[in-house]
Design a protein. Structure first.
Ligand code: ZN
Length: 253
């Protein structure tokens, strides 16, 4: 069975995903929990949680790559729920690697780049300024689409049910921000965006969108953050010949 040393895989991912550029991210990106020395099977998931850890152990996964890890803004104590979660990983010797903002905005593996690609929207430029760094992209559709047509494409591609609010325009120029990215709607006018796609619902976005006449699509935080982890899985399979498996645990949110 093929495998790779954890000590080789971790620096590869750290460099490939440009973690050093995101020191200010609230997520402790990189290897959060150290498991066994050799990695043979990689699991990909959006969230680090009990369900995912259980499935990973059942499937013989020894390295779990997630978008939302366990450690945010430091770790002051290991008790209660966090103790249970960490213990589950130690008991099954599973390593946990988290990649938050670097995975949203990565030009190759990132949620946003992949979303545009999956939805056949040609990437045109960066947008979505978050703490001084653009974390996303906007793009153009080759043909003008009706909002219904575009929403149906999203729902089929991401296996989700989007909430769609029309402010009258056809879909041609799309801004996309995975997860909770409503703040970037402020940049819609600057880039001529007619349709703004993000994950989580936001009440605050409504009146801004209304006045800018920008269509809103909320496709789900979870659903918009599955493409990145899947892309990393594909890359690890191709590069190291590792067995990879996506563990689906949709929240519907
Ligand atoms: Zn998220």
């Amino acid at each position: 069975m093929t495998g790779i040393l954890l000590d080789k895989l971790v620096p590869f991912l750290d460099a490939e995903l440009c973690l050093a550029e995101f020191a200010a991210d609230e997520s402790a990106n990189g290897l959060q929990i150290e498991g066994g020395a050799t990695v043979r099977k990689v699991g990909l998931a959006v969230d680090a949680c009990e369900y995912v850890f259980q499935k990973a152990a059942e499937k013989g996964i020894d390295f779990l790559f997630v978008h939302h890890g366990l450690i945010w803004g430091g770790l002051n104590s290991v008790r209660g729920l966090i103790k249970k979660r960490i213990k589950a990983l130690f008991d099954s010797e599973i390593s946990l690697y988290a990649c938050h903002l670097p995975l949203d905005c990565h030009p190759k593996y990132g949620n946003n780049a992949r979303l545009l690609q999956l939805l056949s929207i040609k990437r045109m430029g960066e947008f979505g300024n978050y703490h001084g760094k653009n974390i996303s992209y906007w793009g153009r559709s080759a043909t003008e689409l009706s909002l219904e047509e575009f929403a149906a494409r999203i729902d089929t591609t991401l296996v989700t049910r989007s909430s769609v609010i029309s402010f009258g325009k056809k879909v041609r120029t799309v801004g996309v921000i995975s997860g909770g990215g409503w703040f970037a709607i402020n940049e819609a006018e600057k880039y001529g965006i007619d349709t703004f796609l993000t994950g989580e619902h936001s009440h605050s976005a409504y009146t801004l969108a209304e006045e800018m006449k920008v269509n809103l699509i909320f496709a789900g935080h979870y659903a918009t953050e599955t493409p990145g982890v899947k892309a990393v899985g594909e890359a690890l399979k191709k590069r190291f010949g590792l067995e990879v498996e996506f563990i689906d645990h949709p929240t519907g949110l």
